[in-house]
Design a protein around this ligand. Structure first.
Ligand code: ADP
Ligand code: ARG
Length: 347
């Protein structure tokens, strides 16, 4: 492989940190599952608008290609090579009374974590047989859940187009054909091995074999962040009894994209902020202060609709799960307060 010919359109952290020197150091290395630098960076080369532009094929990738992953992880999470990840899933330590009890701003709250199986490669390096085996093991484990977590697994293979589209539109299911995942090799053999599990109320859901082997999701209407967190914590602890997840003392839970390492947690609200939307500078000052990310209403790389935004924590590594949720909670409180002030001023 030759050193990639980056253009000025290539804005990713991968393009920034893949100097000729780093490239020469890494270009001939391979992990035990056969994952190479070329595969790791393909998504960022094919998609110049990538923000990150790199994926891992297995846990070992983070060591083997550390000269490239480490500075990206440091810039994204503010987490250095010598730091240690920490975990705290104790909801008693979360101070989060509903910030919008009258349901004026927050449409819905969702918290997800990514997980991958300890004894398998990550999605970019997995074989079809291994992916199908992951689907079998995970759906079997999910099938034994009880009480509020009991539900049913719906494989993508055989799902009607109408059901698939309505699950996506209602924000429950992942989209097909994501070009970033496609280039990373994460869409191979689609739709085989992929699917969604959910309880009757669709408040507890698990995606199988999308960007990570599991995305464990708790969501509901309104702004009761603590209830959503508590449901997720219960689900994680039940699943951990049945499945061994890929984990490292340094990087926490191992995920295919370095942005998801650590807690692998993204806590978000869909929130209506029509006044702030007209002053994006002020909006961004508040989200930056609380380490938050703004996404559109149909998820990553989508646009906002009707002044409704997806606000979530950006950092996931080197801070605990409780801190991830506290980041968004504190930020959302300030956003609501500012939106209220702007509303009062105009009327
Ligand atoms: P991920 O959460 O895995 O990072 P996305 O940003 O693609 O991935 O979001 C996945 C789906 O979850 C999208 O349909 C998105 O609209 C939905 N979603 C995210 N946050 C919320 C929320 N607070 N309420 C309802 N749906 C949400
Ligand atoms: N690979 C894409 C990029 O570099 C997404 C990165 C972060 N998001 C994610 N879902 N892993 O822009």
């Amino acid at each position: 492989m030759q050193y990639p010919s980056f253009t000025k359109e290539h804005k990713s952290m991968m393009a920034k940190y893949l100097t000729k020197e780093v490239f020469d150091e890494l270009k001939d290395l391979k992990t035990k599952s056969g994952f190479t630098l070329e595969q790791a960076i393909k998504s960022g080369i094919d998609n110049p608008d990538s923000g990150i532009g790199i994926y891992a094929g297995d846990k070992e990738s983070y060591d083997t290609f550390g000269a490239l992953f480490d500075p990206i992880i440091e810039e994204y999470h503010g987490f250095s090579k010598d730091d240690k990840h920490k975990s705290n899933l104790n909801s008693d330590e979360l101070s989060a009374p509903n910030p919008d009890p009258k349901n004026e701003y927050i449409v819905s709250t969702r918290i997800r974590v990514g997980r991958n199986l300890a004894d398998f490669p990550l999605g970019p390096a997995i074989s079809k047989e291994q992916r199908d085996e992951v689907e079998n093991r995970v759906s079997l484990a999910l099938g034994s859940l009880e009480g509020s977590l009991a539900g049913k697994y719906y494989p993508l293979l055989g799902m009607s187009e109408a059901d698939r589209v309505s699950l996506i539109e209602d924000h429950f299911l992942f989209k097909a054909g994501d070009r970033f995942l496609e280039s990373a090799g994460l869409n191979r053999d689609w739709p085989s091995g992929r699917g969604i599990y959910h309880n009757n109320e669709k408040t507890f859901l698990v995606w199988i074999n999308e960007g990570d082997e599991l995305r464990i999701i708790s969501m509901q209407k309104g702004g009761d962040v603590k209830e959503v967190f508590e449901r997720l914590v219960l689900a994680i602890s039940e699943l951990e009894k049945k499945i061994k997840f890929a984990f490292s003392e340094h990087l926490g839970y191992i995920t295919s994209c370095p942005t998801n390492l650590g807690t692998a947690m993204r806590a978000s609200v869909h929130i209506a902020l029509p006044k702030l939307a007209k002053d994006m500078e002020r909006f961004k000052t508040i989200t930056d202060k609380h380490h938050l990310q703004i996404r559109g209403v149909h998820g990553e790389h989508s646009q906002s609709e009707g002044g409704i935004y997806d606000i979530s924590n950006k950092r996931r590594l080197g801070i605990t799960e409780v801190q991830c949720v506290q980041d968004i909670y504190d930020g959302v409180k300030e956003l609501i307060k500012t939106e209220k002030e702007l509303k009062a001023k105009k009327s």
